[in-house]
Write a protein that binds this ligand. Structure first.
Ligand code: MN
Length: 270
């Protein structure tokens, strides 16, 4: 797993309302009878978004949601006031072995919505609104927010767009957003030119809050993720699985987990 940001610095503030991206590039896993993944752990104050490109991931949480997501699918979890969950390789996939490629993004809940009820939404590949670009340039999957005249069905608590883009060789796209929006682009594969600057596989490009348009051309077929959104302008304090606004709220979160306020979820036997 590669931590794309905040990566040990204060970079997260430059990407608010996004706090973090962890990215697992394509990795082969041998067949195994062992459980692989992350056992029961809490979250509060964020919405963890999981995008699977290859492989199968199973989810279960203390609010009673379960689900499996595979290639092209997205899981949008609202931790809100507190949830316990576990994230595992789906059993059949783990036994058979295969390639896993996935990403987890943490979006920050605004102060006013930190304590909303936990929720879970699965966006299956076929349900994700997709814009086919003119001139065979490629396609845009609208995971959150909108692109052109397509709108994601995901409810977000602040203004943001998450776009999963494929550009064919020589394809071109313009992404526009208000100058105040924070914006970053993670290249998953291929080579692109972003406002005249070259970027390639696993590079993350952070934009200044200047101008409103990013012009992207693929010098070879490319896949990349665009994140942009209105900055929350609230201090984001991160500790462990929590992103809150104050140190007191972080302490309270640990206390509430320990006293059982996040509910119950059975541990996987590993
Ligand atoms: Mn988690």
């Amino acid at each position: 797993m590669i931590n794309i940001f905040p990566n040990g610095n204060n970079f997260g503030d430059k990407m608010s309302p996004f706090y973090m991206i962890d990215y697992q590039p394509e990795t082969y896993y041998e067949p195994s009878e062992k459980k692989r993944g992350v056992n029961v752990h809490p979250h509060r104050g964020i919405e963890p978004v999981t995008i699977v490109y290859q492989g199968y991931i199973a989810h279960a949480d203390s609010a009673g949601h379960t689900g499996v997501i595979g290639p092209g699918d997205v899981q949008w979890m609202t931790a809100g006031k507190g949830i316990l969950h576990k994230e595992y390789f789906e059993d059949g996939f783990s036994r058979k072995g295969g390639y896993l490629q996935m990403m987890q993004i943490w979006t920050i809940l605004p102060k006013a919505n930190k304590f909303v009820e936990p929720n879970y939404q699965t966006l299956l590949k076929d349900e994700i609104k997709t814009v086919i670009l003119n001139d065979n340039a490629g396609a845009v999957r609208v995971i959150a927010g909108s692109y052109s005249d397509e709108y994601s069905q995901v409810k977000t608590y602040s203004e943001m767009n998450i776009l999963d883009v494929i550009l064919n060789k020589a394809g071109n796209i313009q992404i526009t957003a208000p100058a105040e929006y924070n914006m970053g682009i993670l290249i998953l594969s291929g080579q692109v030119e972003l406002n005249g600057i070259n970027a390639g596989k696993e590079q993350f490009v952070l934009f200044e809050n200047e101008g409103t348009t990013v012009d992207i051309s693929a010098t070879e077929e490319a896949k990349f993720l665009v994140l942009n959104g209105k900055p929350l302008n609230e201090h984001a304090l991160h500790k462990g699985p929590f992103v809150m606004n104050t140190a007191e709220e972080i302490d309270q979160a640990f206390e509430d987990v320990n006293s059982g306020k996040f509910g119950y979820l059975e541990e996987e036997k590993v």
